[in-house]
Design a protein around this ligand. Sequence first.
Ligand code: FES
Ligand code: FES
Length: 193
Amino acid sequence: MQTSTSSEITLDVNGEEHALSVDHRTTLLDALRERLDLTGSKKGCDHGQCGACTVLVDGRRTVACLQFAVAAEGREITTVEGLAPEGGALHPVQQAFLDLDGYQCGYCTPGQICSAVAVIEEHAAGWPSAATDDVRPESGASSLTPEEIRERMSGNLCRCGAYVSIVEAVARAADERAADERGAAASTEEAAV
Ligand code: FES
Ligand code: FES
């Protein structure tokens, strides 16, 4: 029921629509965790400072503790539970974190992984960061160096200090994505000959 302090909304989460009645002050993080039982996104600081609650909203990184659920209506929300393709395989970023021990206690890991997925796409799209030396468009794409990864992932804190392995995992996933893209481009060229 809609009141002056609550609304009926529909959230599109991981490809499924969920109808909810929410108080206007309910954060997206609380709606995901408390109402939809999607507890992968973690509450660390609840103040937008640790990144543990990071989810993707229309493909962009968002700290869900600072977003009101009502403001997320009509947006495509992806949580760590929705990253893996159907069929059992993990998302390449999840697999890289697993293979390279990109975690210790794991509390920050869902946020790190969601953030890394978006970081890799942001970099592939040519978005510069504060660590990018030359931001002129004609200078071409920079490589995703450890320094770039540390800068772009700086909103995600890890109290266990697993940063060395996290940077390695993000770098491996980015390399795999780049190799896949080169492979797809080569196949398209071959098909055109
Ligand atoms: S819980 Fe959202 S940024 Fe820390
Ligand atoms: S793995 Fe424990 S906080 Fe990051």
